[in-house]
Design a protein around this ligand. Structure first.
Ligand code: S3P
Length: 441
């Protein structure tokens, strides 16, 4: 079956209410924490994307049963360190950096060696960032070049650590928090600010975790070897998925959109802050707190005139997966937009900073690049007529979404390969575009 799409026409004006697929970060955490809870947890609106399905397969291989009943996943946990780890076990995290890094934290006490593998993209990614703290806890970790495959053997003599996390990576932070669950005593992390879903979920589960906010970073204290009860959780929509529809609306003509029930945790909403600074008028309404997480409806209207931004790198972590689509707005804004210290983008599913520069040049935008900083020279009247083909982007789902939004708002005749990549994070993507009237062949 063909795995590409053609877009040859801009989208016409729309005025729609949509909901996007459930949050990937929260879905993966909910499944992994349910696997460590005592009893049956019930998770509704779980994201059924490949990364999350691989998380479910992983806990099953570790002896945790689950079933699906009328759209609710019921997961039967045996408590912290309740995995039943068979000899010569191989776990496959597929494309998911989050699953791979988080599961290692839950294996620090494993009695037998577990091998962790992943797909081509994940096998190129850096794991030294988690191998270092895992070894400090006392686990044995083998890896040739700090990449997958990794073999991990746990220990009964885990020791709590005091760790400085300087990247601002929630995956590293959570790997350490998960290791700490299995470790006696109090583990301390001084972590550069990053998404805090794990901390909020553990607080909601009444687990002994303390977070002290400082400027730009957090001190987190976790008391190990406590148990928590099973829980019910309804997963909200994913702001990272919503971001493509936010920009679609913003750059379309006379259009409006409401995106319902999206997680708007402040550690994730950098895109809204950035776009509003560029002249958008994005509003959050119906705000509610659900199990410690903020959920709201997002209101967007299209905007003809957008301004450039000198973007503070303090916003980098809260928009890390959204810069690709933010750059598209910068391409249409008046003036030169400046973004700094985005080296982490090159450590994602593909080398996203390099690919973004290539992409912007492809659509006729001037970009200055100095190491991990870029200046984008916006063209408010940018309009495309040429033919474009998007291929060789390591099947990165977010590059696929970016290409579709560019085609639908800027024009041109596009062939976009690797349609299947949408299943990584946002299986509903093309269906929603269809509902909005986009002509996709
Ligand atoms: C994620 C954290 C981010 C993000 C990724 C999901 C998470 O990665 O890019 O898509 O769920 O913890 P880093 O923690 O490496 O920045």
């Amino acid at each position: 079956m063909s795995n590409h799409i053609f877009i040859r026409q801009r989208i016409s004006s729309f005025n729609e209410k949509i909901s996007v697929s459930a949050d990937k970060s929260i879905s993966i955490r909910a499944v992994l924490l349910a696997s460590q809870a005592v009893g049956s947890s019930k998770i509704s609106n779980l994201l059924e994307s490949e990364d999350v399905l691989n998380t479910l397969k992983t806990i099953k291989k570790l002896g945790i049963n689950y079933r699906k009943k009328e759209n609710i996943y019921i997961i039967e946990g045996f408590g912290v360190n309740g995995f039943n780890i068979k000899k010569k076990l191989v776990l496959n995290a597929g494309n998911s950096g989050t699953l791979a890094r988080l599961i290692l934290g839950l294996l620090v006490k494993s009695k037998s060696k577990v091998k962790l593998i992943g797909d081509k993209s994940l096998s190129k990614r850096d794991f030294s960032r988690v191998i270092k703290p895992l070894k400090l806890f006392g686990a044995e970790v083998e890896s040739k070049k700090n990449t997958l495959p990794i073999k991990i053997l746990g220990t009964n003599f885990l020791r709590p650590i005091k760790y400085k996390e300087t990247i601002g990576s929630a995956q590293v932070k959570t790997c350490i928090i998960f290791s700490a669950l299995n470790t006696p005593g109090v583990t301390e992390i001084n972590s550069k600010s990053s998404r805090n879903h794990t901390e909020l979920m553990l607080k909601f589960l009444k687990y002994p975790i303390k977070v002290i906010k400082k400027s730009g970073y957090e001190k987190i204290l976790i008391k190990g070897l406590s148990q928590f009860k099973s829980f019910d959780y309804n997963i909200p929509g994913d702001i990272s998925s919503a971001s493509f529809f936010i920009v679609l609306t913003l750059l379309s003509v006379k259009s409006k959109m409401i995106i319902e029930k999206v997680n708007v945790n402040k550690s994730r909403t950098g895109i809204i802050v950035i776009l509003n600074k560029m002249g958008a008028n994005i509003k959050l309404k119906n705000k509610k707190i659900y199990n410690g997480e903020e959920v709201a409806d997002i209101y967007i209207t299209s905007k003809k005139k957008l301004n450039s931004i000198n973007c503070s790198s303090k916003l980098n972590s809260s928009a890390i997966d959204e810069f690709l689509i933010i750059f598209l707005v910068a391409a249409k804004a008046k003036g030169i937009s400046k973004f700094r210290d985005l080296g982490e983008m090159n450590k994602k599913e593909s080398k996203r900073l390099d690919l973004a520069v290539k992409f912007l040049k492809l659509i006729g935008i001037k970009v200055d690049r100095f190491k991990n900083n870029i200046n984008i020279h916006g063209k408010p009247n940018l309009s495309l007529t040429k033919s474009f083909e998007m291929k060789n982007f390591l099947k990165d789902h977010r590059i696929f979404f970016l290409s579709c939004i560019a085609a639908l708002t800027l024009g041109g005749k596009w062939k976009i390969n690797d349609k299947d990549s949408i299943n990584t994070s946002f299986p509903e993507f093309l269906k929603i575009l269809d509902k909005l009237g986009a002509k996709i062949i």
